[in-house]
Design a binder for this molecule. Structure first.
Ligand SMILES: [Zn+2]
Length: 445
């Protein structure tokens, strides 16, 4: 039994959102109980105790769209002249870098990214992977790292025709192998999805093949949808269909599928997303960075579409993503009424729903019976904190780098900002060596 007490407990449970002097009781990997610290200490005996010392205790965060493979791009000089649009960003940066990745690079990208996630209080990561010349075993390599660090994850490989048929086929195979492997495991710590890059790099033949391979697998797709205007133009020009419409022809939509971005979509496509219960994931910082436009997320939410919040590899800090999700819609709509409630709904309620589509038990919430993914954040409010003011403290007060303890599946994986399972400095040293070699290969391209 593990008790984390003497903290300001934010539960993300609307029935019991906040306990001023709160305590969480963990039994194995499950939240056994919660209440005031005095009550819990009186009720339970023989426990290990973590004193939160007045800091915030809250559920770990879920990142519903991440790219581990992008990790080594940090600080890298992008070859050629500055990219003028999203297609050039893909070609000059991402499609140059991903082709040079080896399995060893993938391994250290996974270590460095997952470590950052844990340090920002992120306890579940939905990743979308690409390493076209090191596909076989790539998801298994990432998963071994996740196991080593003790973080919960859901993995897929992005199938694409952009590097030819053979590489597309290998991507399909990796997805199928990993989904099957994950489905046989009962730890509920890792899951597999079927990754697709985007409709504008997938032929009908390949989409057909993916649909056939997906039959009998209990999973969904994880795909970029209408991120740049070029995705829409390509699909309209070549197939006479809009992006969501074309993907729908191949049964890509569904209640386990994540459609990432959905920026250039019309009302008919919104109806398709809604009627199929497809999840959308919003990545505000990435969209601003790539200058691709602002996703009509407020309208999605008004229509009842489940929109979650991701980072697209731009950051590992969900609180940073929350802050930007709060302001991008005010700015875009020139209306300060929007964003505050919606950004929280995406990060909290809807990421919980996305996780629940894959993991057997509740995540991202502290209530009896949910998985024990709990963080302690070094934040002491200077204004009243109660169930009516939590949003303001989340958006304007908390930050990922203030997380000092991360507990995943009942195990302490970070204490006092130090990872407990691994030698962090040694891993970062190795990452710097591998990333420097990768940069050299990219420049020789
Ligand atoms: Zn992405």
């Amino acid at each position: 039994m593990l008790l984390i007490g003497n903290g300001r407990l934010i539960t993300h449970d609307s029935l019991n959102p906040y306990i001023e002097d709160g305590c969480v009781v963990i039994n194995g990997n499950i939240i056994e109980d919660l209440g005031t610290t005095d009550d819990m200490k009186a009720k339970y005996h023989d426990y290990e105790y973590i004193d939160a010392n007045g800091k915030v205790i809250m559920p770990g965060f879920i990142n519903s769209h991440m790219h581990i493979y992008s990790s080594f791009a940090r600080g890298m000089a992008v070859p050629g002249k500055p990219s003028e649009n999203f297609m050039e960003i893909l070609e000059n940066l991402w499609w140059t870098l991903d082709k040079k990745l080896t399995l060893e690079d993938v391994k250290y990208s996974a270590y460095s990214t997952y470590i950052e996630c844990i340090k920002n209080g992120v306890t579940t990561v939905f990743d979308h992977h690409a390493s076209p010349n090191a596909i076989e075993g790539s998801l298994f390599t990432i998963n071994d790292v996740a196991k080593d660090l003790g973080i919960r994850t859901c993995l897929c490989y992005e199938v694409s025709d952009r590097d030819g048929k053979l590489i597309a086929d290998k991507g399909i195979e990796e997805n199928v192998n990993f989904i099957k492997y994950a489905s046989k495991d009962d730890s509920d710590m890792f899951k597999g999805m079927f990754g697709l890059h985007a409709a504008f790099t997938l032929s009908n033949e390949t989409l057909d093949k993916c649909a056939k391979e997906m039959q009998g697998l209990d999973s969904g797709y994880h795909v970029h949808v209408a991120e740049g205007i070029d995705d829409l133009k390509y699909n309209l020009g070549k197939y006479g269909k809009r992006v969501v419409e074309r993907l729908n022809d191949f049964n890509v939509l569904g209640d386990k599928t994540i459609a990432v971005h959905c920026i250039h979509v019309n009302h008919a496509e919104m109806n398709l997303l809604k009627d199929s219960n497809t999840f959308v994931v919003h990545n505000p910082e990435s969209n601003m960075g790539n200058a691709v436009g602002c996703s009509p997320v407020i309208e999605f939410l008004n229509r009842g579409i489940n929109v979650g919040l991701g980072t697209d590899g731009y950051t590992s800090d969900m609180l940073e993503s929350l802050k930007v999700a709060n302001i991008i819609h005010k700015h875009h709509l020139c209306d300060p009424r929007y964003g505050f409630m919606e950004s929280q709904k995406m990060l909290i309620d809807n990421n919980q729903k996305i996780a629940k589509a894959y993991f057997k038990n509740d995540l991202g919430i502290i209530r009896k019976g949910s998985y024990a993914d709990v963080i302690v954040v070094d934040y002491k409010p200077h204004t009243p904190m109660n169930e009516n003011t939590l949003g303001g403290h989340m958006i304007f007060g908390l930050s990922g780098r203030s997380v000092d303890t991360t507990i995943i599946n009942g195990k302490v994986v970070m204490k006092d900002r130090k990872l407990v399972n691994v030698d962090e400095d040694e891993i970062l040293e190795q990452s710097r060596i591998f990333s420097s070699k990768l940069w050299n290969r990219v420049q020789k391209n």
